[in-house]
Design a protein around this ligand. Structure first.
Ligand code: ADP
Ligand code: MG
Length: 252
């Protein structure tokens, strides 16, 4: 069962605005699969705080629990125990509609395999998450799509190409544009360079660095230390446990 937390921190922030609250706060998150005899623990007492504007890499070998953690951070999945607070809201207490809402408004997701509608155009793929938008009205959506396509570093001349006509690097840019379209404060990227060659991967990382400069919080999940090295803070995960959480001395 999910442990309920009190909201002491939240009330503190209301009475004392000087106390900086993390946008993401995990306390003793555990995730298990299976039942009694066959139970496996995939995340084991993970605690971390991430503050607005950080660029954090979560790095670990295959099977260490990175995607499981990303799914919890992205409110796509719920922990077996522990507490997770996203932007001051206790995620385990939210109903499905509220979870969908928080995901759509606050988080942009980028995946290893792009997850685009392959036969739809770039414009349609990027526009899709705007369906639920209250921030961007119908008449503003065309312009919004163009804006984020450019922000993601893709040429506007590709707007009406089908996504399966693009290179891997271009597809990942479409996915980044789609992640940006609802103006989320947090970008969660799971192995975003995993299907790209080194040069193209670097360009994608540079795009994240630029988005971070604009104030977005970036959480970059990777098995590749070289990729993780672009972040200012690096969290190492192994066998479902955080084994280190340090500032990257190369980026200070
Ligand atoms: P990573 O992304 O670091 O490669 P994952 O989070 O995908 O690791 O997986 C961590 C471990 O959890 C793996 O051993 C995987 O087999 C297991 N796992 C992931 N999802 C499930 C599931 N739905 N049921 C059972 N085991 C799972
Ligand atoms: Mg994974």
């Amino acid at each position: 069962m999910i442990t309920l937390s009190n909201s002491t921190n939240l009330s503190n922030s209301k009475t004392n605005p000087d106390i900086l609250q993390p946008v993401i706060s995990c306390h003793n998150i555990t995730k298990t699969y299976g039942s009694k005899d066959t139970e496996i623990t995939v995340l084991n007492s993970v605690s971390l705080d991430i503050y607005s504007g950080e660029f954090v890499a979560i790095v670990g070998p295959s099977g260490s629990g990175k995607t499981t953690l990303m799914n919890i951070l992205g409110a796509l999945d719920i922990a077996s125990s522990g507490t997770y607070t996203l932007d001051g809201k206790l995620v385990s207490n939210l109903k499905d509609d509220d979870l969908a809402d928080i995901r759509n408004k606050k988080i942009g997701f980028v995946f290893q395999s792009f997850n685009l509608l392959s036969r739809a155009t770039v414009e349609r793929n990027v526009r899709l998450p705007l369906i639920y938008s209250t921030e961007f009205r119908s008449k503003d959506r065309k312009e919004r799509v163009r804006r984020v396509v450019e922000d993601a570093g893709l040429q506007l001349s590709k707007l009406y190409n089908k996504s399966n006509q693009l290179s891997g690097g271009q597809m990942q840019r479409v996915a980044i544009a789609r992640a940006l379209v609802n103006n989320p404060s947090i970008i969660l990227a799971d192995e975003p360079t995993g299907n790209l060659d080194q040069t193209t991967g670097k360009i994608v990382i540079d795009t994240f660095l630029e988005l971070n400069k604009q104030g977005r919080t970036i959480i970059l999940i990777t098995h590749d230390l070289n990729v993780a090295n672009n972040a200012r803070r690096i969290i190492h995960i192994q066998d479902g446990k955080i084994i280190s959480d340090e500032l990257n001395k190369n980026k200070l």
